[in-house]
Every structure is written in structure tokens, then in C-alpha cells.
Design a protein around this ligand. Sequence first.
Ligand code: PMP
Length: 407
Amino acid sequence: MRNPSDSDLRARAKSVIPGGLWGHMNAAKLPANYPQYFARAAGCHLWDVEGREYVDFMCAWGPMMLGYNDPDVNAAADRQRALGDIFNGPSERLVELAELVVETVPHADWAMFQKNGTDATTICAMIAREGTGKRKILVANGAYHGAVPWCNPYPNGATAEDRAHLIRYEFNDTASLERAAQEAGDDLAGIFVSGFKHDLGKPHELPGKVFAQTARQICDRAGAALIVDDVRAGFRLHTGGSWELVGVRPDLSAWSKAIANGYALGAVTGNDKFREAASRIFVTGSFWYGAVSMAAAIATIRKMREIDAIGIMERMGSRLRAGLDAQAKAHGLNLQQTGPVQMPVVLFDDDADRKKGWLFCSEALKHGVYLHATHTMFLSAAHKETDIDRALEATDKAFAEVARQVS
Ligand code: PMP
């Protein structure tokens, strides 16, 4: 039987799936030559349903960190699958994983597990409110924390009341954070901060030390929870959580994406100040105790530490960044490459409508490299120098086309 084409699948999906797709994959208006459907993946390589291969720099939008189909993670998951995944209660893996997370993450005195990042951020908000008895949560403008009504970036299907107790501030703007805290007055439950600023289509920024320390001080003064949303950046910047880089420890952190290398898992970690509150809230899900993804997470965390996955991602990310910089210069183009090298966003100057950015990505795709023009991209520990160099061969041709069309 012939494989279905990407356009066949899109057409069939249209009649049985509202909008053909949902969420970020629907919102991500990718260029016409981007495939929507994939058939398989290995290491840092992806194959679409029509058999085209790509060196991948999206890593399934973050969850893949050690490589697609990592043999050690898969072996651990397979061993657990042979015993069983879900039972009437958890398996031993739950306790092993919680112990490993507490040992790995310095601010964590305890851990709880879910399935998605949104589960984790929502639970953090609930624990902050339960622990303080207060209502107001500060969130940065443009920061993404999930797709349920309290934090969904789009208005459709939610009410103003769902977000009634959110107060906005600007990330890395200490004065705006202080103003937001003042507005919360004595009703401040918590401050959400992202691992780093990674808003869609914007230059990325690591947290500044003064900003981070101010967030900590405001929370300490008010008895509120400092919450790091490390769903996207967790285990890519620092094994102990992204804010270890600025020497500021949160009370609560939300994790997901990379922690089980692609197996569905979310996690909340917290300190003893919020342990009691965390035990009082009712949160659960039919699949939250699944042992297979916990076994995968244990293998992921051990391997990440063993091979220094972050070091590998940094070296590969630096090679990519240096190569792109040199190529852009040679083609007379100005690039802003921001974010940590292992989680870059690459923006062109004078490109408000991101036309140059998408032209560049679409050209790179023709030569077998999968990039994104506005979202955080991701390096993995499976990227090798040969993959980066192959990608750079493609990007050189893509820059040439952008330069040709611009002039
Ligand atoms: N927080 C951040 C920073 C994220 O990047 C995401 C997902 N992109 C989420 C929360 C929500 O995670 P999920 O999509 O797994 O629910």
C-alpha cells in the first residue's frame, strides 16, 4: 500500500478534526512546504510521511532532549511496559523518580507528577493560593504558561473572570514587577517567572540578577510563592532548574517537555514552605500515575547527568550560532541570535512581518533542515558536529536566497 501524502492526510483531517489540527500546531502558520505529518524519528533526524529526512531543530517543540528513540530511555520504558503501565495505584517508579528529582533539583524538597506542562503550571498556581490564602498571581506579558482558561493566551472559550486575579508585569523590568506587586497589595499569592524570557517572535533574554533577586524579595516579604515555569527550559540550561544560573531559588517549579525525553510527564517541585499546601489541594488524572513515563524520566535524568547533556547541547548550539553569524555576515544580512545557544531564536533585522525569517526557514527546509522562524528552537544531546555542519550547508543556501530576494 502506498504511503498517504501529507496533503491527503490534511484533507482527511479537515473532515474529522475541527480546523484540521488544534493548538500551537494550528496557530503556527508554517510555510506551505512544511510537512504537517511525520512518520518516524531517530537521534536528531525526522522523516515526514513522504519519506523526506530533516535535521531537526525543534525537538518535538522541546520534549526530545537526548535524541528521538533514545535506546536507553526506550529500554527503561520497555522494561516497565512489560510489567505494566497503569495499575490501581502507582508503581515503585513513583517513589524512585521523586527521590531522583529531589536529589537533582536543589530547591526541591518534594515532587508531584502529572502529564503536561499546563497541569504543572496550574497546580503551582493552586498550591500558591492554597498556601497563602491569597488570590493574585503575577505573570509576565507575553509569557506562555499553558492552554487552560486561567492562562490561555487567546480569549476564545474563556471568560474575563477566568483571569480576574492575574496581574501583568514585564519580564526583566524590576520596576514593573514592583508596581504589579503593589497592585496586588496584601492579596499576593505568587509570582510566575519563565526559566528565561522566550516569548514567541521576540528576542529571548536570560533573567537578570537584580530582577531575579527582586522577585525573590517580593515573595519573601509577602509570604508569596516564587514560581519558575521551567516547562520549556527545564534540564536544558541547568540540571537543577534554570534559575540556578542566577543563584535564585524558587518555592515552586513547573516542569514537563524534556524530563522524560518525549514520554508524557509533567512535574511540580517545591520546598517545605509549600509542602502542606501541596498535600491539601485535590489534583489528579486517570493517567498521572502511569509507570512507563516515570521509568523513562528516571532513565532520562540519569543519562542527562551521566553524559553531561547540557554541555553537549551548549557545544552544538555554539557551533550553530557561530556558523549562522558568519554566513549572515557573508551574505550581507543582519541577524539577532538570542537566547541560550541550546535554545535559540533567530530573527532577521527589519523583518517585522517575519517574511525574511520564514523565507529563510522554508529554503533551509528544502535542503533538509527543520527550523522555526519565531518560536524557541531546541538543540539536543543527539546533535553531532556532522549534523550541525550539514545544517550549515543548508542555511548557507537559504541565506543566499534571502539575500537575493531582498536585493
Ligand atoms: N509553560 C511553558 C513555558 C511552555 O513552553 C509550555 C508549552 N509550550 C507550557 C507551559 C505548557 O505545557 P504543555 O503544552 O505541555 O501543557
